[in-house]
Design a protein. Structure first.
Length: 428
């Protein structure tokens, strides 16, 4: 059983990636002939462009995102495609860098404008590429939410698959309150996502009757966050809420250990998406004192359950492509392709305006054969995931080993708490 399951007010899911065999070359997952129009109609392939980091700290997450895209495309193509058209995937390496992401996107558009674009996070990449996508009227799905990425008045053709920052913060606030903590210290990055996370904290925690005694921001490019940690520590919080993704998480955990600060820590979904915490030493911190006080925020499909046939099918499809290097929290592009399929079938074409309108219909998204999140519920007012249910999505578990993209906590449905990640160690 999980240590704690939280009720969320909206649907869940996060933020990097690479692929086993990536680069900027076209990677076709289509059995149809080349030369499709890539437009709103025709018999040629539907062009899918996915961007992610091929190396570095964000590479394991990117591979999950990219292979999730490919897996869904393979399944759909095998079943006849979308409206009789096959899908063709092209992968570009953005290095997890905003400037590079814009450059490779613009190059790809110039060579062959895609029908749909998917990124692999982080939010800095989304913030940089969304204006380009909007200008070129390209339908997109985003793994790295920013302050306005889910606002259709700003980004009419973009749909966030990762949960909103307010949803994440609400889930953490509920857990903190249930544990009996009252005074909270917050440490967050200066990324677009980190700043949105910080902005959501004060209201949500106040609504839960909690007091935020410190809310410190660190530079995600820094190698030492000790001054910010000391500033939070000086306020003597009952618990520290942490937003960190990739390499910065490693530095923060080392800095906390160096200070000798014994404080309960709640890590958001950015933390749980960083492979460092699920990798044993010496390549990671799993099982070390650095994570002894840490609990991480996850959602239902991120914890192994032998009875969850839909998730297990999706994971099997991804394993057929290549090793699974991260958690399913970064596999939401798999769901995005199925959301896109449902919307294109409703619209009767790949015209971005028509597809966007179809995605705003909850009957369309509700019928999509998604795996990792049970509902999205986009609307004309919000292109972020929204929950209309009272299902339990969030849990807070100690860092645990990952096998095939899922956490295997002690006592989970796998029957084992000792499974190890089946791929190369993290480079975080």
């Amino acid at each position: 059983m999980l240590t704690r399951t939280m009720r969320s007010v909206a649907i869940v899911a996060i933020a990097g990636l690479a692929l086993a065999a990536c680069g900027s070359n076209s990677d076709s997952s289509s059995s149809s002939s080349a030369g499709g129009s890539g437009g709103s109609s025709g018999s040629g392939p539907i062009k899918v462009l996915v961007s992610g980091a091929a190396s570095g700290a964000l590479a394991p997450n990117a591979s999950m995102s990219i292979n999730g895209t490919k897996a869904a495309v393979n399944e759909i193509n095998a079943a006849g495609g979308i409206n009789g058209r096959q899908l063709e995937v092209t992968v570009v390496d953005d290095n997890g860098d905003a400037t590079t992401a814009v450059s490779v996107l613009q190059k790809a558009i110039a060579e062959s404008k895609p029908d749909v674009f998917l990124n692999s996070g982080p939010s800095t990449v989304a913030a940089a590429t969304l204006p380009v996508l909007t200008e070129n009227k390209i339908l997109s799905f985003n793994l790295g939410p920013t302050a306005d990425s889910g606002n259709p008045q700003v980004n009419a053709y973009n749909f966030d698959t990762a949960q909103t920052t307010s949803t994440i913060v609400n889930g953490i606030a509920a857990d903190v309150k249930e544990e009996g903590y009252k005074n909270v210290g917050v440490l967050h990055g200066n990324s677009a996502y980190g700043e949105a996370f910080s902005a959501a904290v004060d209201k949500s925690f106040s609504d839960q009757g909690l007091t935020v005694v410190a809310n410190e921001e660190y530079d995600t490019t820094a190698l030492d966050m000790t001054p910010q940690i000391e500033a939070v520590k000086a306020k003597n919080p009952d618990v520290m809420v942490l937003d960190a993704y990739g390499a910065p998480l490693g530095y923060i955990l080392k800095n906390i250990e160096k200070l000798g600060w014994d404080v309960p820590i709640r890590g958001n979904t950015s933390v749980s998406a960083t492979k460092l915490i699920s990798t044993p030493a010496p390549d990671g911190v799993l099982g070390t004192d650095q994570v002894a006080n840490l609990k991480i925020q996850v959602f239902e499909s991120a914890v192994y359950d032998a009875s969850n046939d839909r998730v297990n099918k999706a994971i099997a499809s991804m394993k057929a492509i290549g090793p699974i290097q991260s958690t399913v929290i970064t596999a939401l592009n798999y769901d995005a392709i199925y959301l896109y399929k449902a919307a294109v079938e409703k619209a009767g074409s790949t015209d971005p305006t028509a597809v966007a309108k179809a995605l705003e219909d909850t009957a369309v998204t509700g019928a999509a054969d998604v795996a990792f999140l049970p509902e999205y519920n986009f609307s004309a007012e919000s292109h972020s995931p929204n929950s209309n249910s009272t299902k339990n999505y969030y849990s807070f578990i100690p860092p645990a080993p990952i096998q095939d993209g899922q956490f295997h906590p002690a006592g989970s449905a796998s029957g084992s708490g000792s499974a190890e990640a089946s791929t190369a160690p993290s480079s975080n």
